[in-house]
Write a protein that binds this ligand. Sequence first.
Ligand code: AR6
Length: 168
Amino acid sequence: MNIEVIKADITKIHADVIVNAANSSLLGGGGVDGAIHRAGGKQILEECIQIRDRQGKCKTGEAVVTSAGNLPAKYVIHTVGPVWNGGVEKMSKLLSNCYKNSLQLAESLGIKTIAFPNISTGVYRFPKELAGKIAVEAVQNFQAENIKKIIFVCLDDENEMIYKKLLD
Ligand code: AR6
């Protein structure tokens, strides 16, 4: 399995799956969530609403999948990161679950490439260095069968530097 780091807008990435840092309502928001819904179009929101109607809100650390609307990806996996509250152990476990559950769901779709944003490190204020360490550990520990490439897509220089150092 190949792990890459790039600095880019995730909505432009040609991967089978792009992951969204959503909130538990699944109804969109700001940051990467807003960008994905804007670029992907209303199809994504309609599917999110159907999921909500079927199974209720998405809990922190869990993941659900929709199609990708107008995006170059095939699917969007929406996961809900923890809102940082300083409780390192619980927060770390929840963030790790986001990566694990997204990868598991991606495996079940039989896809080969998946792109992650830096979940929880924006509005949810998770410390970037710790979030990077958790993300890298979670993907390195994942036993992939179909997935061949994982891309960490960073929007800012700080995250790009953190991930490049961690994967060096
Ligand atoms: N491409 C790649 N990364 C991005 C993009 C983009 N287009 N836009 C932002 N980022 P955030 P969170 C980075 O706030 O902290 C939403 O309102 C950003 O620089 O998007 O998990 C949801 O609805 C940061 O490093 O997500 C939730 O309510 C990272 O993506 C809440 O924000 C995550 O920042 C979730 O907060």
